[in-house]
Write a protein that binds this ligand. Structure first.
Ligand code: XMP
Length: 370
């Protein structure tokens, strides 16, 4: 049984040795990085400088929300680098290429700050699932460096401190509660470091980013506080074709999309097609259908909720999962009436052709699409 007070007792002596150093703490808005920053700040005080980089891929009003919810706990500086990040990532298509470019931009920004503030250490909220999945080659999580053999001091001029590297998400939440963080942070759903970037499937454009940001805020508005482990939207291009082979095999229409998405097979990464179906079956029956479809080269299966009979460029996928450790996850069986309400509101966003619900568990899908 994990005990947060014992964890802190154990880790404190290892952290206290940095008491004469200046330390930069990078906060992304998720529970891990915030907990790591607050833990360091509580132990070492003002030598810890918490910053949040606005990468342009944050959720709607994210920087202000995080700053306000932490205002009595740590003084966060927001560094606006959105223009630089967006212009460098625009046009990229490949999922891993996007992640690696984001990582470079992110750490180059931190490296500049570290030089400016004359700092030697960076604290970040890497947790066990991040480096296990990155080492396993499933996804290059932007914050996994040391575990990949990257010499951060040589590359960017700082050493990394990762106080939560051996913990799982549920344990991080226990630490957050123990440290007295407000509920809106300790119970906050995780948000990936590269943010909405990993939810823009295929080519990155400003238009897709803004539509995704809006759709995501609608999903969060309806699903906040409902007990799902993670819930969000993703945007993909609406071009789809009827897959003759799978449709014939299943005896119902199965469409596949131009954009692909990441999955996990055994313990390794797979990158396959996204499929969609239109069905009134209940979730148990749908689960069987998904099992059949994902035997083909398909990583995510989406259930159609709403579609316009017009030629429009984008599809929005809603994703909601239930999980303890984020290494495996089950899709959430959300009431179809609620899903349709969310879909109706998203359909009002210009250029959205259809709204779908992801009914794939992890494995064979991953939680994020990229
Ligand atoms: P996947 O998509 O691999 O996600 O099933 C598992 C958990 O990790 C989060 N995630 C990330 N977090 N940097 C992060 O800090 C990343 O690059 C990243 N990629 C995925 C994801 O949101 C989920 O909670």
């Amino acid at each position: 049984m994990f005990n947060p007070s014992e964890f802190i007792k154990e880790i404190e002596p290892q952290l206290i040795k940095f008491k004469d150093e200046k330390i930069l703490a990078a906060i992304s808005g998720g529970v891990d990085s915030t907990t790591a920053a607050v833990l360091m700040y509580k132990i070492l005080g003002k030598n810890v400088i918490p910053v949040m980089i606005d990468t342009g891929f944050l959720r709607k009003n994210e920087a202000n929300i995080v700053k306000n919810s932490l205002k009595d706990i740590i003084p966060i500086k927001i560094i606006d680098k959105s223009k630089e990040f967006i212009s460098n990532l625009e046009g990229l298509e490949d999922a891993e290429e996007k992640r690696k470019k984001f990582r470079d931009l992110f750490y180059n920004t931190l490296s500049e700050l570290i030089k400016e503030y004359k700092i030697t250490y960076l604290v970040q909220g890497t947790i066990a699932a991040d480096w296990i999945e990155t080492q396993g080659g499933i996804k290059t999580q932007h914050n996994v460096l040391v575990q990949l053999g990257i010499d951060t001091e040589k590359t960017w001029g700082f050493k990394v401190i990762e106080p939560l590297a051996d913990l799982y998400k549920n344990e991080v939440r226990e630490v957050a509660r123990y440290l007295g963080l407000p509920k809106e942070i300790s119970e906050r759903q995780p948000f990936p470091g590269p943010g909405l970037l990993v939810r823009i499937i295929g080519r990155v454009t400003k238009e897709k980013l803004e539509i995704e940001r809006e759709a995501n805020s609608i999903v969060e508005k309806y699903l906040d506080g409902k007990g799902y482990s993670q819930y969000f939207s993703a945007i993909l291009e609406s071009n789809k074709i009827l897959d003759q082979t799978i449709s014939a095999d299943l005896g119902e229409k199965v469409f596949t999309y131009k954009n692909k998405a990441t999955g996990v097979k055994g313990d390794v990464r797979s990158f396959g097609k996204i499929a969609s179906i239109d069905s009134n079956c209940d979730y148990d029956k749908l689960r069987e259908t998904v099992q059949k479809i994902t035997k083909y080269d398909i990583t995510h299966v989406l259930l159609k909720l709403k579609e316009k009979d017009q030629d429009l460029p984008y599809s929005i996928a809603i994703r909601a999962v239930i999980t303890e450790d984020f290494m495996t996850a089950d899709f959430a069986k959300i009431d179809k009436g609620i899903l349709n309400k969310i879909a109706d509101e998203i359909m009002d966003i210009p250029k959205v052709k259809e709204v779908l619900y992801d009914i794939t568990s992890k494995p064979p899908a991953t939680i994020e699409f990229e």
